[in-house]
Design a binder for this molecule. Structure first.
Ligand code: HEM
Length: 397
């Protein structure tokens, strides 16, 4: 045990401490040094901070199940489950097959013209203003446009959609505020009353709601179709917005990487992977055990809450040499776990990658540099690593 570990007090391993939320990386390094799986007694959760061990947990869906909840709050005792993220095979397989085809690379490729023209418009508008908060001006509008193109849903405003998407995640956190549950209900009510009736003729929303997905396998009775559409729609907003905000901040901090990208735009796709590794938008995802299981030689009891610390896996030096350095040329950047792996691998990954690549390509083309005009503000979310505010000046190329 290191000296740092020896001086730890109860609660010091808590991922949700405000200091640990602000800069989680020292805590993550400490956790990785302490073993493959650690019991955090205050919250009674098992933390899995290393790359190989977290990947093993995510790949072993038989022993580490999602059906009892994939977030901090257990889903046991709740009547409804989110149809993809909180289900296990065979239910998960049926639902995933029904919605997977529209996410095939060739299908998502059809959205490219719309995504690229959205990127151009967003960057042009920010450049015209000069001084902006990069969160509402650059990071959030792209997923807002992308989810409308994908699903056919046009929400009342970008800000409202962002609040709804944030609430889905926040409602499942330790410090959940009733406001988050209210916002989530507001989103589902809007979806049923306005969103679905207003869908255009051909879109993913109609495919899900009217046909039960490509296979027709989504149940017509009950909330399964609506909840599947809601899950896809709301999962794609805050996450991609977080990636874009984190990316701009990281590239301000590491200007030589920004210069490299401007000189070598062919590196942008790899830079997106490296930025996902460097600051995983989802800090954590959870699994539960129903029988005794094992992680890296550590016995985990039945009924345990197991936390794959995705944010830590990207900084594991056993997988990523010199992990605290952002390196857009890193060869194995794409092996990160920021988009999950195995059966729950992010459904929207091809779209998230396209959005981020389009935005970064457009920014490197048109922006010579970013200058800070105020202090960035980190979100207090214990799940999503993102900014609430990122004041910058864009200097045109
Ligand atoms: C940078 C942006 C994104 C990040 C970091 C991200 C991250 C993740 C992660 C880590 C998982 C796995 C969860 C688990 O193992 O329990 C996941 C699943 C999922 N993501 Fe994403 N996501 C992003 C964008 C999107 C987008 C754009 C969409 C929709 C268009 C989307 C829809 C989903 C869905 C539906 C699942 C559940 C899949 C399943 O359980 O089979 N995500 N995402």
């Amino acid at each position: 045990m290191s000296n740092v570990a020896a001086s730890l007090r109860p609660g010091d391993l808590d991922l949700y401490r405000p200091e640990a939320l602000h800069d989680p990386y020292p805590l993550y390094a400490e956790l990785r040094g302490r073993g493959p799986a650690l019991h955090e007694p205050e919250r009674d959760i098992w933390l899995v901070p290393g790359y190989a061990e977290a990947a093993a947990v995510l790949r072993n869906h038989r022993e580490f199940v999602s059906g009892d909840g994939a977030t901090y709050e257990s889903a046991l005792g709740r009547a409804e489950r989110y149809p993809l993220i909180e289900t296990d095979p065979p239910e998960h397989t049926r639902i995933r097959r029904a919605v997977q085809p529209p996410f095939a690379r060739a299908e998502i490729e059809q959205l490219r013209p719309g995504i690229e023209s959205a990127a151009t418009a967003i960057v042009e508008q920010a450049l015209a203003l000069g001084e902006v908060d990069a969160v509402p001006s650059l990071a959030q509008p792209m997923p807002d446009r992308a989810m409308a193109l994908l699903t056919g849903l046009v929400p009342p405003s970008c800000a409202k959609l962002v609040d709804w998407s944030d609430a889905v995640v926040r409602a499942q956190e330790p410090a959940a505020d009733p406001l988050h549950t209210e916002l989530l209900l507001e989103a589902l009510t809007w979806l049923g009353q306005d969103g679905i009736p207003g869908l255009p003729a051909h879109c993913l929303g109609r495919l899900i709601m009217e046909s039960g997905g490509t296979t027709g396998g989504l149940a017509a009775d009950g909330p399964e179709r609506l909840m599947t559409l809601a899950s896809i729609w709301l999962a794609g907003v805050d996450s991609t917005g977080a990636l874009l905000g984190n990316a701009i901040d990281a590239l301000i901090e590491q200007p030589e990487q920004w210069e490299l990208l401007r000189a070598r735009p062919d590196l942008v796709p790899n830079a997106v992977e490296e930025l996902l590794r460097f600051e995983a938008p989802f800090r954590v995802f959870y699994r539960r055990t129903r029988a005794e299981a094992e992680i890296g030689g550590v016995t985990i009891p039945a009924g345990a809450t197991v936390c794959a610390v995705l944010g830590s896996t990207g900084r594991d030096p056993r997988q990523f040499p010199d992990p605290d350095r952002l390196d857009v040329t890193r060869e194995n950047a794409r092996t990160h776990l920021a988009l999950g792996t195995s059966i729950h691998l992010c459904l929207g990954a091809p779209l998230a990658r396209m959005e981020a690549t389009s935005m970064l390509t457009e920014l490197t083309r048109r922006v010579a540099r970013f200058e800070r005009t105020g202090d960035p503000v980190r979100s207090p979310s214990g799940t999503m690593r993102k900014f609430d505010a990122l004041p910058v000046r864009l200097v045109g190329a």
